[in-house]
Design a protein around this ligand. Structure first.
Ligand code: NAD
Ligand code: UDP
Length: 387
């Protein structure tokens, strides 16, 4: 492998990375990239390894086999954690409960997972002078300032009322009984703690705020590779509806807006953070694609069109159906209205820009969903009738 250089032309030394949550959606893509394109070593920690099985097995069979280890452990209660952090140059913490259906129905688990369970990770990094890249969320911004203006106010169109900036925007959450915000609040507090470790104890850190990263291997398809009653994030919910030939469910009219970024673009940003510590340390980075904004209704329509193209199956005459948030998520749900990331800081520090359009990223992702799940879905649907 050719010697790698950083953005300032300096050679990059091979690193040992302790990756917590390596078996998840983002972790699996990051492991893949690190194995295929770098000399870095990964100590992967997770309770599941299904999504990185192709990198781990057969044992010893891949060119990278001696650079990746998997440690099946729960960071809540495992004494191996500190040792693994100590053995590494860098820790990346991805572990979290991060599906909105859990925030209002399992608020205790959500708060423990996103705040309490992350505390030892921060402590061990600080005490052992190890660098930490911690995954937070765009949800720490909460609602936009513009959402509080009258519906017809012309100010709603002014970027200062909705563009989310790491060093300027406030964090605006709903009342406590709207337990949706348990996740955002826990993430905000761990961000503040990490920032304080940097300010008071000199810990080297980078905080990542992902804005709806999507792509293959995200979450699960209910009843196929996850619980039938489970509610994953929107990409998997809509994929599930498309695979089952049922209408896509629009929560509260599908009027919320999101910007979606392709996982492979976003992973490039994380690689730049890993390999350019002098430019990334002490920063909080938005990572998203402001050019890919749609309402959830528009996303449903586009996914319906793309899926019909990649599967060759005609779409339903009524491709969507409205459902209330109370019915879909239960009491205590609330929503972020709009999420446009400001890209100034990441562009200036790391020269990163997202590339892939929403249509293109949906085309490759839904091709993967169809290839991976269509046959299993056919069998699952046929089974009850056969019995
Ligand atoms: P994911 O659920 O696919 O991955 C999280 C992984 O952490 C899972 O494999 C899970 O098993 C593991 N994990 C959770 N608790 C653990 C524990 N106690 N011990 C060991 N492993 C544990 O989610 P993801 O989309 O890959 O997200 C990764 C991080 O990025 C999370 O912190 C999430 O809050 C943040 N994030 C992601 C997005 C996105 O667009 N995907 C958006 C905002 C924030
Ligand atoms: N949503 C929807 N139908 C679904 C799943 C989600 O309308 O089947 C909406 C949800 O209410 C939210 C948006 O899609 O407005 C994005 O939801 P996701 O779960 O991906 O997470 P979020 O972006 O809110 O963190």
């Amino acid at each position: 492998m050719a010697a790698r250089v950083d953005l300032d032309g300096k050679p990059i030394k091979p690193l040992t990375i302790c990756m917590i949550g390596a078996g998840g959606f983002i972790g699996s893509h990051l492991c893949e990239k690190l194995m295929a394109e770098t000399p870095h070593k990964v100590l992967g920690l997770d309770v599941y390894s299904d999504k990185i099985k192709h990198l781990l097995e057969p044992a010893g069979a891949h060119p990278w086999s001696d650079r990746i280890q998997f440690h099946r452990l729960n960071i809540k209660n495992d004494s191996r954690l500190e040792g693994l952090i100590k053995m590494s140059d860098l820790t990346i913490n991805l572990a979290a409960i991060c599906t909105p259906a859990d925030y209002n129905t399992r608020p205790l688990d959500t708060i423990y997972s996103n705040f309490i369970d992350a505390l030892p990770v921060v402590k061990y990094c600080s005490e052992n002078n190890k660098r930490l890249i911690h995954f937070s969320t765009c949800e720490v911004y909460g609602k936009t300032i513009g959402s509080f203006l009258p519906k017809d106010s012309p100010l709603r169109k002014e970027p200062e009322y909705f563009v989310l900036k790491e060093d300027e925007s406030p964090c605006i959450f709903g009342p406590i009984e709207k337990q949706r915000w348990s996740y955002a609040c826990a993430k905000q507090l761990i961000e503040r703690l990490i920032y304080a470790e940097g300010a008071e104890n000199g810990m080297e850190f980078t905080i990542v705020r992902p804005f709806n990263w999507i792509g293959p291997r995200m979450d699960f398809i209910p009843g196929i590779d996850g619980p039938s009653e489970g509610v994953p994030r929107v990409l998997a919910c809509f994929s599930n509806n498309l695979l089952r030939h049922e209408p896509l469910k629009l929560v509260d009219g599908g009027v919320s807006q999101r910007t979606f970024v392709y996982i492979k673009d976003a992973i490039e940003a994380v690689m730049l953070m890993i390999e350019n510590p002098a430019r990334a340390n002490g920063h909080i980075f938005n990572v998203g694609n402001p050019n890919n904004e749609v309402t959830v209704r528009q996303l449903a329509e586009m996914m319906t069109d793309v899926y019909s193209k990649v599967s060759g199956e005609p779409s339903l005459e009524e491709p969507t159906v409205d459902v209330s948030s109370q019915e879909f998520y239960g009491a205590g749900y609330d929503d972020s209205d709009k999420r446009i990331p400001d890209m100034t800081i990441i562009h200036k520090q790391l020269g990163w820009d997202p590339k892939t359009s929403l249509w293109d990223l949906l085309e490759s992702t839904l091709t993967y969903q169809h290839r991976t799940y269509a046959e299993a879905m056919k069998q699952a649907i046929a089974k009850p009738a056969a019995n």
